[in-house]
Write a new protein. Structure first.
Length: 335
């Protein structure tokens, strides 16, 4: 017998009182993301049947090859947020600069800005591996009534008012937080509604999974190498299980449910790390802490980092609290 799940729309309405800026705007914003997620999910599920696979022959601001679905997802999420005139600005991993939303009415009076990675792990789409979307929401810091400026986007992660991700996998899930815990909603494709399937998600305090791209082992700092050796040792509680998909959303989602650590460190090839602070590290760190886990750059809390650039990169260690703390000790000892 099917459970009587609460829909995402019902959940948002029922829990508006938990959000200190409860004016309805954030609820409409999350609903816009929900709509865009369903559209992108539909297209992802058609990959292989229509001309949506492969690269477009261009690179994004990061210097990475843009996939056709990167471009498509970026336009879908931008349109969903712009057309409803809920936000005053958007920044995307796929675009060089932020976008100021010029609405027909009072777009400059809107309070929220959104930063988004439209399709995380998109290089996996050609081989039918799970991909995702990551989003982050802040209240603007510049005065209402004027166009947004760069400082609205360059806020510390601890100023986020909401963050989440959508994972397009064997089932499609939207997972988000507004600072009152983490909840996951699964899409019922027959009806087109997201239902609360994973209430109050928590990282186990400890875990047995470590996720890192070991192909870059030779380029890792010594502390990371030492931690990997620790994970692989034959002990009573080890070796740990190694799992790495190559899509941050998918790796993070699995580790939050089963218990584990996700690491994308600095390296001799990427001295500042590879993942983007604003589009990936900050939202995932916010989710991690709200789910009882820990997120650092190996030394300090991710959410306390002061961003200097829109596309700034940072190392990240996030997941089950005890595993992250152990990895930090290896980093500190080696340095």
């Amino acid at each position: 017998m099917e459970k009587n799940y609460q829909t995402l729309g019902e959940f948002i309405i029922n829990n508006q009182h938990d959000f200190k800026y409860s004016s309805g705007e954030l609820s409409r914003l999350i609903n816009s993301i929900r709509l865009a997620a369903k559209i992108v999910n539909h297209e992802v599920n058609k990959a292989g049947l229509v001309d949506i696979l492969g690269a477009v022959g261009e690179t994004n601001i990061q210097g990475e090859d843009q996939q056709k679905l990167d471009v498509y997802a970026n336009e879908v999420f931008k349109s969903a947020l712009v057309n409803r005139e809920i936000v005053c600005g958007i920044a995307s991993e796929e675009e060089e600069d932020f976008v100021t939303v010029h609405g027909k009415y009072h777009a400059h009076d809107n309070k929220y800005i959104v930063l988004i990675d439209p399709l995380d792990g998109s290089s996996n789409i050609d081989v039918n591996v799970s991909v995702g979307t990551i989003f982050s929401v802040y209240r603007r810091v510049t005065p209402l009534g004027m166009p947004v400026r760069k400082e609205d986007f360059l806020q510390k992660g601890n100023e986020q008012v909401a963050a989440g991700y959508i994972v397009y996998g064997t089932s499609t899930m939207l997972v988000y937080t507004t600072g009152n815990g983490v909840n996951g909603f699964t899409l019922n494709p027959a009806i087109g509604s997201f239902y609360l399937s994973h209430p109050n998600m928590k990282f186990p305090e400890n875990g047995t999974i470590f996720s890192i791209n070991q192909g870059n082992y030779a380029h890792f700092p010594q502390g990371v190498k030492d931690y990997i050796k620790y994970c692989q040792e034959e002990k009573e509680d080890r070796p740990y299980t190694y799992r790495y998909i190559g899509s941050m959303v998918s790796d993070f989602h699995r580790n939050m449910i089963k218990g584990g650590i996700y690491i994308y460190p600095s390296s001799s090839k990427s001295p500042n790390g590879k993942l983007r602070l604003l589009y990936e590290c900050n939202p995932m760190a916010f989710l991690t802490e709200q789910a009882g886990g820990k997120a650092t750059d190996g030394y300090k809390r991710i959410l306390d980092i002061e961003p200097k650039e829109l596309h700034e990169r940072a190392p990240i260690f996030c997941g089950s609290k005890k595993m992250v703390e152990k990895a930090e000790r290896f980093m500190q000892t080696s340095s």
